[in-house]
Design a protein around this ligand. Structure first.
Ligand SMILES: [Zn+2]
Length: 283
């Protein structure tokens, strides 16, 4: 690895840790409908503003041993965890795509997913202020995204129908738009079926809008994988909790949490997985 790549990797990861600090603010304030930019961070217990030198990602929490400098009340380990997770997300993107546009596009997606997952976990909501602009940004940034996310059988079919020899230049826009409608539409269908079978709401419109966003960023194939992966993960966790006696059939799990994890997995491993899966066992 050459020096510039190494430098970019380290700098981008450090930036991720700082952005993680901001994501903590978003996770805490968006459900309360408070501004995420003003005022600066303060202790949730005593309200004292946090000094800049106590706001160093991860390190400050360790130095203060997870307690507020003033009131000594414990500060949730979720704060350094989200910072580390965001740092890891930035690292993974920089490692995968280097100093190229998809690194930027996919860190935007992962940052949105992190806020959505923690907000859904705590409040069982997926705020529209994140999912709707997220979907728009996903479509807008699609020309900078990993191209194969939007290509595949459909692209070839569409080009054929239009009598084109080459993929149209506008394909990423169309692919992202189709991915959004496909992801959101499929989840809407699943939610409707779930309601008909179980006779209660399991999936909300928040999940549908979250898939609109995921589909815009990842295209229809990875959106499909995300829904399958999320459902599988949700079922595994739900059954495990029931076996452990910590949940019943009626316990509501935040599906957005599982969709978020599945979307991140699909981002990094989705295409290799589909290649392997579609090649079949015989070859
Ligand atoms: Zn305090």
């Amino acid at each position: 690895m050459v020096f510039t790549d190494m430098f970019f990797l380290v700098a981008y990861t450090a930036m991720g840790l700082l952005i993680g600090s901001f994501l903590n603010v978003c996770i805490y304030r968006i459900p309360l409908k408070k501004s995420v930019v003003w005022p600066g961070s303060s202790c949730p217990k005593c309200g004292k503003p946090i000094k800049p030198y106590d706001n160093i990602p991860v390190l400050s929490w360790l130095i203060l041993r997870g307690k507020c400098r003033f009131c000594k009340n414990p500060i949730s380990a979720q704060y350094p965890f989200v910072e580390l997770l965001t740092g890891a997300a930035f690292f993974a993107c920089a490692r995968t795509w280097g100093l190229n546009p998809p690194t930027f596009v996919n860190t935007v997606l992962l940052a949105l997913l992190i806020v959505l997952v923690f907000t859904d976990y705590h409040h069982q909501i997926l705020p529209n202020v994140l999912t709707i602009p997220g979907a728009v940004v996903g479509v807008a940034l699609s020309p900078l995204q990993v191209f194969p996310f939007y290509s595949g059988v459909l692209e070839v079919k569409a080009a054929g129908l239009l009598g084109l020899d080459e993929t149209p230049v506008a394909w990423p826009w169309l692919g992202a738009l189709f991915g959004a409608l496909f992801g959101g539409g499929l989840l809407l269908l699943v939610a409707t079926l779930y309601k008909a079978v179980r006779r209660r709401d399991g999936l909300g419109m928040g999940d549908v809008k979250m898939m609109l966003m995921v589909g815009a960023f990842l295209g229809y194939r990875l959106a499909l994988l995300t829904i399958f992966g999320g459902a599988l993960l949700g079922t595994l966790v739900g059954v495990s909790l029931q076996v452990a006696g910590k949940a019943t059939m009626q316990t509501k799990l935040a599906f957005g949490v599982f969709l978020g994890i599945a979307a991140a997995a699909a981002l990094f491993w989705g295409l290799p997985f589909l290649d392997w899966y579609l090649r079949g066992p015989q070859k």
